[in-house]
Design a binder for this molecule. Structure first.
Ligand SMILES: *[C@@H]1O[C@H](CO)[C@@H](O)[C@H](O)[C@H]1NC(C)=O
Ligand SMILES: *[C@@H]1O[C@H](CO)[C@@H](O)[C@H](O)[C@H]1NC(C)=O
Ligand SMILES: *[C@@H]1O[C@H](CO)[C@@H](O)[C@H](O)[C@H]1NC(C)=O
Ligand SMILES: *[C@@H]1O[C@H](CO)[C@@H](O)[C@H](O)[C@H]1NC(C)=O
Length: 453
């Protein structure tokens, strides 16, 4: 039987259960670490989501790095690890906060706020990379803009003009040059009016509901500014405009105050014909205002371009594709998990580590088609190892195979293990259930694949 960890028990209280006691939550999308301030971008037919990274048991937003996750099916998220950190910026001293990546000039630009050590003020830096997965390097060697405000978002308009917006307590913009790392003119404020941004109902002394976290984009000729409103706790509201600089019209609440985080942050994107709303809450075990988690909902714009109001859910967005198990898949491709972590792998990319007896990873929508005959996994262990049990449909569902992992002599000393598989057909959810009786972590996993022969 399963020895469920305390953390999993807490998770069970927060999500719906089926009658085998299996957690069905797909939100939060990342369950191995705390993440916040989602910034989605579509590139090469894949959806990438950049996030900040809250440290466990934090009592302030003293984050140090930025993370990246990606998906092709809205259910299984590939962990790309750290793509940028405070160390990237020699002038930065603290607070790796909400950023956004945009693509231009065959490069990727990561706009992110952090403390400028020399002044103590929040400033916005730019990371740049030739590949979306980074690592990003400091494009300037100094802040792009600095006025102690935060939450950069970038719009590249159809005429090629790019705008950087940032905020809290005001809403600023500046016109970026084609190089995306310099600007024309001076930063200016967008006037916050009740007609533009709604009346405030929270306790903070500000003129409108606008608080922070603007997410500006253009869709079907309409400009949207989706933002965190009313503090605290924040909800998410939005405004629209016929142009990039207004006049803005307040359009209402997108997501009410929910989910045990006193902040929230929107990220809105279309992907493979659907529209998605990313946000964060405190839904993971141990979660809260400084230990947040990114989640996503699918929605449909109304005919007039308005955004329907949404609630936070634990089910999240529907899966929109299946996964091919006969092609090598990274172990850190995860729809749901308990207990495990990821780390940089000596063979490239990441591996799954910190595996204890009773931990698991769920991968959704695995298309076994006519049937798998064997399973292989790339593993390493500095202890006595354990077993990878392969279950279908749920943690306690049909056992289709068990792969034994022995010591390989080191946590980064890799070998491939193979075991036979029976009765794996059709499109199924796959659970890797890790078991072992030794002390300490059992083993690490770099990748896996099924074979038809
Ligand atoms: C962040 O704050 C928490 C709680 O105050 C502390 O435990 C942690 O060490 C801090 N981390 C950093 C990187 O400063
Ligand atoms: C509210 O804002 C007004 C105008 O800026 C200021 O004069 C006043 O002191 C503020 N009140 C509080 C309680 O902060
Ligand atoms: C959100 O939750 C509230 C309260 O349970 C409910 O009344 C409302 O219908 C929900 N809205 C949506 C869009 O599901
Ligand atoms: C094979 O899987 C099917 C569908 O899940 C199940 O009904 C059947 O009992 C399984 N057979 C064996 C031998 O496990």
């Amino acid at each position: 039987m399963w020895t469920l960890k305390a953390s999993l028990s807490v998770l069970f209280l927060l999500v719906s259960l089926d009658d085998t006691g299996t957690a069905r939550a797909d939100n939060p999308i990342v369950q191995t670490i705390y993440t916040a301030d989602p910034a989605p971008i579509v590139y090469n037919n894949r959806l990438y989501c950049f996030t900040d990274h809250d440290l466990p048991s934090s009592t302030f937003f003293n984050m140090t790095d930025w993370r990246l996750f990606s998906t092709a099916d809205m259910a299984n998220w590939l962990d790309h690890g750290t793509v940028m950190s405070l160390k990237t910026f020699s002038w930065a001293s603290a607070n790796a906060w909400a950023g956004q990546v945009v693509s231009r000039n065959n490069k990727f630009y990561y706009y992110a706020p952090m403390v400028h050590g020399a002044t103590g003020a929040m400033a916005i830096g730019v990371g740049v990379s030739d590949t979306i997965t980074g690592p990003y390097v400091d494009a300037l060697g100094h802040p792009l803009v600095e006025n102690n405000e935060i939450d950069p978002t970038v719009l590249i308009d159809d005429d090629g003009q790019a705008y950087l917006y940032w905020a809290n307590p005001d809403l600023w913009y500046v016109k970026l040059n084609q190089d995306m790392i310099s600007y024309s003119g001076s930063p200016a404020m967008i006037q916050l009016t009740v007609a533009g941004f709604g009346a405030r109902s929270g306790s903070e002394n500000r003129t409108t509901s606008f608080e922070e976290g603007p997410w500006v984009y253009k869709r079907n000729g309409l400009y949207y500014n989706v933002f965190a409103a009313d503090c605290c706790s924040e909800d998410i509201r939005y405004s629209t405009s016929p142009g990039p600089l207004g006049p803005w019209t307040y359009r209402g609440v997108v997501m009410p105050t929910q989910g045990s985080s006193f902040t929230n942050h929107p990220g809105v994107i279309d992907y493979k014909g659907n529209s998605y709303f990313f946000y964060h809450n405190g839904a993971l075990p141990g979660g809260g205002g400084y230990d947040r988690s990114v989640a996503v909902e699918r929605f449909v714009y109304n005919a007039d371009g308005s955004i329907p109001q949404m609630n936070m859910t634990t089910t999240g967005a529907p899966r929109i594709d299946t996964l091919n198990p006969y092609q090598r898949q990274e172990a850190e491709l995860i729809a749901g998990s308990s207990g495990v972590s990821t780390e940089v792998c000596s063979e490239g990319g990441l591996d799954v580590c910190n595996i204890n007896n009773g931990d698991y990873i769920k991968v959704e929508g695995v298309n076994f088609a006519n049937g798998a005959k064997s399973f292989s996994a790339r593993v390493a262990s500095a202890t006595t190892g354990g077993n990878i049990e392969l279950h279908l449909d749920s943690l306690h569902g049909a056992l289709i195979g068990t792969c034994a992992v022995r010591s390989t002599g080191g946590w980064q000393t890799w070998t491939t293990v193979t075991c036979s598989v029976s009765n794996a057909t059709g499109v199924r959810d796959l659970f890797f259930a890790y078991t072992g009786s030794g002390t300490g972590f059992l083993f690490n996993v770099n990748w896996w694949e099924f074979n038809k022969l």
